[in-house]
Design a protein around this ligand. Structure first.
Ligand code: NAD
Length: 462
């Protein structure tokens, strides 16, 4: 039965009201505890049960998480936008469907075997136990549901420390995971968190003896903190993905792809195009097609106003992150045409709206004299994050040269950036891209440890 707009608004309101921050956890708020130590203890109990379950059983739980994610995709999207004020509902719905369909489950856990005269040796990928996961406000429920599928597939349970700006939607996602487990006959508390996820709660989690692995998805601060914790850390940090366009590219298609990628969920994804470096020869043509596709060319005066509005001495103005182009323009007194999707301008690579990771649909265009110059400027702009970069070109040598020079976890060619996470591209989906620590796009196998099992002098039947 289709739910109409009014009914849906009412459901969002009701769920948000029930999830009031600081409210005492009720029977409905499964997995949410007052105290971090209690949360971890419960997740540990659940993990002991999980470990005894056949892999098939984990897969049943995961299938139910996928189903619930799809059923609640619109609700989660609306809750996320309402609570954080960031992104847009349509794209967030797509992100939830994408993760439900394309996040790998237990099939990602494989075994390596050697057999011979001296017997049989296996490398089995076993669970770590209870994993600590710190999640961002930019993809809050997406990261929690995606991490849950991968971590549970690996036989772990998980304690989440969500961003304080996205507590309600994060807690709702955690509850969905537990409901999915219990409905499938699994334990409660396979995913847990606390009513108030403060920095103190996060410190307790990081120092806790029962947390052997921490996956941090967020900016540079959290990744550095986790990597200094003395625990094994998976660091999915910040990016500032440049997109290079050379003279051999299909320029019209490049413009459409870049604007589609850049404006997806109002530029919140860490993989999204954050600036363009275009070879001079085709820069005007590229800009022409961008304007044809809903881009607003900001004047020098408007650029200055944007700098003063979106950047503060302490960094990004959070009120601007994840806002759409028309809203950003209205903040500087510009009434933009209805079809405006993205703000563009030309500038040097050092321009603050180009060099900074903004996470809003403001796309600076830097001119380069040739492809080598473009590659050099793009590498500078990526700031050594080794996260994501993209290129539009038909010249395989140029693509190879940039791929080697930029050395990022993700390198998309001739497509919007979201092709990297399986949206219009091959491969699986994830919202945790371990750029700093090198695991790259994480999946269930990332959340397992390798264990060698040796049977001496037997079980080789060759
Ligand atoms: P953020 O760094 O402000 O917060 C991320 C999480 O870390 C939150 O839960 C926050 O409470 C926590 N946190 C922040 N500083 C901490 C500290 N010192 N100790 C412990 N916890 C800390 O990031 P955000 O605004 O939520 O998300 C946007 C940032 O995350 C961008 O830089 C984006 O590129 C990055 N990101 C990266 C990936 C990836 O897969 N690599 C995915 C999404 C977002």
């Amino acid at each position: 039965m289709a739910v109409d707009e009014k009914e849906l608004q009412a459901i969002v309101k009701e769920v948000m009201a029930k999830l009031q921050t600081g409210a005492k956890p009720s029977a409905k708020q499964s997995g949410i505890f007052e105290d971090m130590n209690d949360a971890i203890a419960k997740a540990k109990e659940a993990q002991r049960i999980m470990q005894k379950m056949p892999m098939d059983f984990r897969e049943k739980i995961i299938a139910n998480i996928r189903k619930k994610t799809k059923e609640n995709a619109e609700l989660l999207a609306r809750m996320g936008v309402e609570e954080t004020g960031m992104g847009n509902v349509g794209d967030k719905i797509l992100k939830h469907h994408l993760l439900a369909e394309k996040t790998p489950g237990t099939e990602d856990i494989t075994t390596t075997a050697w057999s011979g005269d001296r017997g049989l040796t296996l490398i089995e990928m076993g669970p770590f136990g209870v994993i600590g996961a710190i999640t961002p406000c930019t993809n809050p429920s997406e990261t929690i549901l995606c991490n849950s599928i991968g971590m549970l597939a690996g036989g772990n349970t998980v304690v989440f420390c969500p961003h304080p700006a996205a507590i309600k939607v994060s807690q709702f996602a955690i509850q969905l995971v537990n409901q999915a487990s219990m409905e499938a006959g699994g334990p409660d508390n396979v995913a847990v968190s606390v009513t108030k996820p403060t920095m103190d709660a996060s410190k307790i989690m990081m120092a806790h003896k029962d947390i052997p692995l921490i996956a941090a998805t967020g900016g540079p601060g959290v990744v550095t903190t986790v990597l200094s914790s003395g625990k094994r850390g998976i660091g999915a940090g910040a990016g500032n993905p440049p997109v290079v366009v050379d003279e051999t590219a299909d320029i019209k298609k490049a413009a459409v792809d870049i604007i589609n990628g850049c404006t997806f969920d109002n530029n919140l994804p860490c993989i999204a195009e954050k600036e363009v470096v275009a070879v001079s020869q085709i820069a005007d043509e590229l800009i022409y097609h961008m304007i044809e596709n809903g881009c607003y060319m900001a004047s020098k005066e408007e650029q200055d106003k944007l700098v003063a509005t979106v950047l503060t001495p302490k960094g990004l103005n959070r009120k601007c992150v994840g806002r759409d182009a028309k809203t950003l323009l209205s903040m500087i007194g510009v009434t933009a045409p209805e079809n405006t999707r993205c703000i563009i301008f030309e500038g040097p690579k050092e321009h603050p709206l180009i060099a900074e990771e903004l996470m809003m649909p403001i796309l600076g265009i830097v001119r380069a004299k040739d492809v080598d110059d473009a590659i050099e400027q793009a590498v500078w702009l990526e700031h050594g994050n080794r996260h994501s970069a993209h290129m539009h070109s038909k010249n395989v040598e140029n693509l190879t040269k940039f791929g080697k020079a930029i050395d990022t976890a993700i390198f998309v060619k001739n497509a919007p950036s979201y092709a990297a996470i399986g949206f219009g591209g091959e491969g699986f989906c994830t919202f945790t891209i371990a750029s700093r620590t090198g695991e790259g796009l994480t999946s269930a196998s990332t959340f397992t440890k390798r264990r060698r099992c040796v049977m001496s002098d037997s079980l080789c039947v060759r």
